[in-house]
Design a protein around this ligand. Structure first.
Ligand code: SER
Length: 320
């Protein structure tokens, strides 16, 4: 029987991975942790929840031991724009949090899932169909912590045989918990604003292409990788995964199929534009497909239809 602990469980990824894992393994076997309690109250009430700052290794160790945890999904981290605004805090949370998780996993025999990101690449990485194994010289603090995290996870696997696994997530589009402080947040905001106001002002230029993924595929990626037979995994950590690659102009064109008057304008943020320019346009994810059967279900068209349909119902503004 699995006993799972999730850090950052009330965040964009955590809140939906938590639900999927609770449905699969039973609510009592999935312990959620986060530093806040003011969001996703239904999730907090539906099963075990502890307030935890992942930088507090002693507290984390206490919960792992008390709850007999055997698997940790470590999702607590600062995203790219927030990290760039406060690099010291990003280093502290992203690196010391991960170090604590790995150390405790070594001591208590836990398996670990840690997301890396398209942010682990930089301007010297091949930008189109970026290979699995390639140059990684990121120029953002977020990217620095992601590459260091990939290496640290590899180190704990090779040196201590901790079962570490992870993917390089692209921008994640979802409609349950909003993201915060990311360079790809526009790809969520554009759908909310299309439904609410039929217009959106984007902080990236219209032709900025980045990899993206709809939340059901992101959840599927994390759970599937953690269940894959260990002997099939050659890369273990930091698998490239993608489902689609598109720009603000592309998303607007699909939205206009259903909301013909949708207007897209721009107020470019130089910091986030700089970060986006340093990331790939599109990844190649062959290793994930071959080693553990990664196969996304949503492309831009399917995702757009689903997002608009969920949000139009929620805000009482029918579009179909
Ligand atoms: N979505 C993340 C960000 O924009 C990238 O991993 O920071």
């Amino acid at each position: 029987m699995k006993r799972i602990l999730i850090t950052g469980a009330l965040g964009q990824l955590g809140s939906e991975i938590a639900l999927a894992l609770r449905n699969k393994y039973g609510s009592d076997n999935v312990i959620l942790t986060d530093i806040r309690t003011d969001v996703n109250k239904d999730l907090i009430k539906a099963g075990p929840f502890e307030i935890l700052d992942c930088r507090d290794g002693k507290a984390l160790h206490g919960i792992v031991e008390k709850s007999k945890v055997d698997t940790i999904y470590h999702l607590a981290a600062l995203l790219s724009a927030t990290s760039e605004a406060n690099p010291a805090l990003a280093w502290d949370i992203n690196m010391n949090g991960l170090f604590n998780v790995l150390e405790i996993s070594r001591q208590s025999g836990c398996a670990v899932f840690t997301p890396s990101s398209i942010g682990a690449f930089g301007p010297t990485t091949p930008a189109n169909f970026t290979p699995q194994d390639t140059l990684q010289r990121p120029t953002s603090m977020y990217g620095v912590t992601k590459v260091a995290g990939e290496l640290l996870c590899d180190y704990y696997y090779h040196k201590y045989e901790v079962d570490t696994r992870g993917v390089r997530f692209p921008g994640i589009i979802s409609n349950v918990t909003p993201p915060g402080g990311g360079t790809t947040d526009w790809a969520v905001d554009i759908y909310y604003e299309a439904i609410k106001n039929e217009k959106y002002t984007c902080f990236l230029k219209g032709d900025t292409c980045l990899d993206m993924m709809y939340m059901p595929d992101a959840v599927q990626a994390a759970v599937k990788l953690m269940e894959a037979p260990a002997e099939k995994l050659r890369h273990r950590n930091a698998f490239n995964v993608t489902a689609m690659s598109f720009s603000p102009e592309d998303a607007a064109a699909y939205i206009r199929k259903y909301i013909p008057n949708f207007k897209l304008s721009y107020d470019v943020d130089p910091v986030r534009q700089g970060i986006a320019n340093s990331w790939p346009n599109s990844l190649e994810d062959y290793a994930a497909r071959v080693e553990w059967g990664w196969e996304p279900k949503f492309d831009l068209e399917k995702m757009t239809i689903d997002m608009l349909s969920v949000l139009s119902k929620r805000f009482g503004k029918p579009v179909f």
